[in-house]
Design a protein around this ligand. Structure first.
Ligand SMILES: Cc1cc2nc3c(=O)[nH]c(=O)nc-3n(C[C@H](O)[C@H](O)[C@H](O)COP(=O)(O)OP(=O)(O)OC[C@H]3O[C@@H](n4cnc5c(N)ncnc54)[C@H](O)[C@@H]3O)c2cc1C
Length: 409
């Protein structure tokens, strides 16, 4: 039972590492706790699998916050074009959406999973399912990998590809962090990311299902601006969602204040000046009619008016300066307080994980333990929605496999 490399976890990162490595190494073993591989991959992109993003790879560097610096080498070594070519050569045609999201042409994630499994099979990866790894130790350059069934496997290298902590029922429940910790690694506290926001306030419940294009959301904590993000917003029955919220959730905490500019790119000052000059000219026009020009949903105007106790049928002439400015405030700096963030059970990815300072970004090898590697979401990396997370899994996997093979030369 001595292997060249043992890979723990059969998600996109583990499968990609396994098939790439086994093309050169004789004995590659993949251990997966579930009865099959890629359970989370199958539900990705609502079962359609947005497996990467088209366009220039340089654009990817804006999609992983400050973790992009770590990922740069991996993304450049195995970029989005290589991913598309890999699947095309494996017989999976793909389609690029107008927003540059890339999906299998069939719109079935199972095609992506099957392509990876076929490549693993072709290169003779040994796969064992229903094997939950619960301990990894190393003595005299030999790794011992122990599982919950009481088995022990030995290898020269170990790759931890156990994913994050979200959607734990898919298999990635954070046990990978314990394995890494036991091997001397620090773990940045895992947090749900790519998730929605819950509000205590009920005013916007009636807007559930309504979306607003290209808003700007700014996150504030203790009067300090944390981050701002531009994208589409969706009202839900519990609060806020949509790409602008989901993608910026990695910076949010319960209790943070959000400011939403529904009229982005116009600023508070722009709109304040515009209202000051225009409202006066519209005399008998009701405020709800005046607002129509901004092309936002009527229900949103109604909720905003209700919030400042302004009757929507008030005429422009009747609108006081105070009311006018309060309305401008609601339109361009609309305040919300985060009651809570959607938990791990609905977060698409996990922020936090294996500390990046302790992993070499040019090889994915641990700086603490020679022969130990980390790939995919178990690392402290999380990307925006749009295919960036699965691409990160493939890129880190490809770089890891490459560097293991280089080391062995
Ligand atoms: C609902 C949803 C939709 C998503 N949609 C997209 C999308 O369209 N595009 C995108 O880019 N990203 C998407 N993601 C994120 C993406 O799925 C993950 O980032 C990606 O799967 C991470 O790959 P991974 O291989 O690192 O981890 P995982 O896919 O989580 O795989 C880890 C594997 O390791 C196994 N494992 C864990 N611990 C052990 C252990 N101790 N022993 C043995 N096996 C173990 C698990 O069972 C699992 O199979 C989505 C996520 C969710 C939840």
């Amino acid at each position: 039972m001595h292997y060249n490399t043992i890979i723990v976890g059969g998600g996109p990162a583990g499968l990609f590492t396994a098939q790439a490595l086994a093309k050169k190494q004789k004995r590659v073993l993949l251990l997966e706790r579930n009865k099959g591989a890629g359970k989370k991959l199958l539900i990705s992109g609502a079962g359609q699998c947005n497996f990467t993003h088209a366009g220039d790879i340089e654009d990817f560097f804006n999609c992983y916050d400050d973790k992009a610096k770590f990922l740069k080498k991996a993304l450049l070594a195995f970029d989005n074009k290589k991913t598309m070519r890999f699947f095309e050569e494996a017989g999976v045609a793909y389609t690029v959406f107008p927003n540059n999201k890339v999906f299998p042409k069939s719109m079935k994630s199972v095609d992506i999973l099957n392509a990876l499994l076929v490549q693993c099979q072709k290169s003779n990866v040994e796969m064992i399912y229903n094997e939950l790894v619960n301990q990894i130790s190393v003595y005299d350059k030999v790794f011992t990998v122990e599982t919950a069934t009481g088995k022990r496997y030995f290898s020269d290298q170990v790759v931890i590809a156990t994913g994050g902590k979200s959607y734990a029922h898919m298999g990635s429940d954070g046990t990978g962090y314990l394995l890494a910790k036991h091997l001397g690694h620090r773990i940045i506290e895992p947090r749900p990311a790519l998730t929605d926001v819950r509000l205590d306030e009920n005013t916007f419940k009636v807007l559930s299902g309504v979306s607003v294009k290209q808003i700007e959301v700014t996150i504030w904590r203790e009067q300090k601006k944390i981050q701002n993000y531009v994208g589409d917003l969706l009202f839900t029955h519990k609060g806020l969602s949509g790409p602008a919220i989901i993608n910026s959730s990695r910076w949010m905490k319960s209790g943070d204040a959000l400011q939403v500019n529904f009229l982005y790119p116009k600023s508070y000052e722009n709109i304040k000046a515009y209202f000051a000059s225009e409202v006066a000219k519209r005399g008998k026009e009701e405020i709800i009619t005046f607002l129509k020009q901004f092309e936002l949903p009527r229900t949103l105007y109604q909720a905003l008016c209700q919030r400042i106790s302004l009757d929507e049928h008030t005429t422009c002439a009747e609108l006081s300066k105070k009311q006018r400015e309060a309305l401008v405030d609601q339109l361009t700096r609309c305040p919300f307080t985060i009651a809570s963030l959607g938990g791990f059970h609905i977060a698409m990815v996990t922020a936090g994980g294996v500390h990046l300072k302790e992993v070499n970004p040019t090889t994915m090898e641990s700086r603490k333990q020679k022969g130990l590697y980390f790939v995919g979401e178990v690392l402290d990396i999380d990307g925006d929605t749009g295919g960036y997370n699965i691409q990160a899994a493939f890129s880190t996997a490809a770089l890891c496999a490459d560097s293991i093979m280089q080391n062995k030369k």
